[in-house]
Design a protein around this ligand. Structure first.
Ligand code: DGY
Length: 327
């Protein structure tokens, strides 16, 4: 029997790649940069399965270009905002993702950015290299205190809670705003608060919500205006949750103290972006999940979702379970 045909939109780590290659006739995009929308449309024709990345826009046109034999879309990410889920569900196509496995790595990065932005690590490193470091100074390069400070978590799912556990170790007071989490979390001292209060009272704010129409530009000029002038904002979720123009203005005019971004809008951030002029902003290139074990496991999970879908089995991690008949 011929192996199912799949398109894999990038070379993924070995645990996933080996699984896919063993049981599929796999067309693997060889370049380091993603296929263009046109290239995706061309390469999906006739495939039974698609393993894609968060950099690939998978919409109804892609699904239709693939054809009626397409059985599964597996995203090598936990976030699925790059996929038109309504279109997939309407076509009965299960969509897989990789939840859980990147929780710790992402929470680690959120803490790293809170520390880097709050304690001016990148600006300080620049001082050393540029000759700005003249002496130890009593008021030189002062930054934020963590112990006793309030951390407001926007989103209190797996990653938000993992950040809370880490921040508790720093002696921080934790509050959160999440319309979908109502119960206090066992073993976690964290107080649910309204969005307005979180914005006004937090010393540090870390974003852990999915990107959707309710969260796009959730942090806009009005939200930034409510924050303390000493506030530090970190985003490891999705770039468009923050209105970058408004963030630029708030940081430039020192209306908030600092920010740390793992995600931007667009990605990659163009080199002429005014954000890159700011000395109170730390930006890293969407690497929160980029640890060895995490990426290996993400690739395994993405491959297992793909293979289950090709076999007509329920995906181990499916974001649109409505495609399955009620049990
Ligand atoms: C995801 O999986 O959605 C992350 O953003 C990858 O880093």
């Amino acid at each position: 029997m011929p192996k199912p045909k799949v398109f894999v939109t990038r070379i993924i780590p070995a645990p996933g790649l080996e699984r896919v290659s063993a049981c599929c006739d796999a067309d693997i995009w060889p370049a380091e940069t993603p296929p263009t929308p046109g290239e995706i449309l061309a390469r999906v024709r006739g495939v039974d399965g698609l393993l894609c990345l968060l950099t690939d826009r998978i919409d109804a046109a892609v699904m239709d270009a693939a054809g009626a034999q397409l059985k599964v879309i597996s995203n090598h990410a936990v976030g699925v905002d790059n996929i038109d889920l309504a279109a997939a569900t309407a076509r009965g196509l299960p969509v897989g993702n990789t939840p859980g496995i990147l929780t710790d790595a992402t929470a680690d990065m959120a803490l790293a950015l809170l520390l880097a932005a709050g304690r001016r690590i990148v600006a300080g490193a620049h001082e050393v290299r540029s000759g700005g470091w003249k002496t130890w100074g009593p008021s030189y390069m002062l930054g934020a205190d963590f112990a006793g400070a309030t951390l407001g978590l926007l989103g209190f799912g797996r990653i938000g809670q993992a950040v809370a556990r880490r921040a508790a170790g720093f002696g921080m007071r934790i509050t959160y705003h999440d319309p979908f989490v109502t119960d206090p979390q066992p073993g976690l001292e964290a107080q649910p608060v309204g969005l307005e209060r979180l914005l006004r009272e937090s010393d540090f704010i870390s974003i852990h919500t999915p990107l959707n129409e309710a969260t796009r530009h959730l942090i806009d000029a009005a939200a930034l205006a409510k924050m303390k002038p000493t506030a530090v904002l970190v985003n490891t979720a999705r770039g468009p949750i923050v209105d970058q123009q408004a963030l630029y203005a708030a940081l430039k005019e020192r209306r908030i103290f600092a920010a740390g971004l793992d995600v931007t809008d667009p990605e990659p951030l163009p080199l002429d972006s005014p954000l890159l002029e700011l000395d109170n902003l730390v930006i890293v290139p969407h690497i929160a999940s980029a640890s060895w074990r995490t990426r290996a496991e993400m690739s395994r999970m993405a491959a297992e979702n793909l293979i289950a879908g090709l076999k007509g089995e329920r995906l181990p991690n499916c974001v649109n379970p409505d495609v399955y008949p009620a049990q």
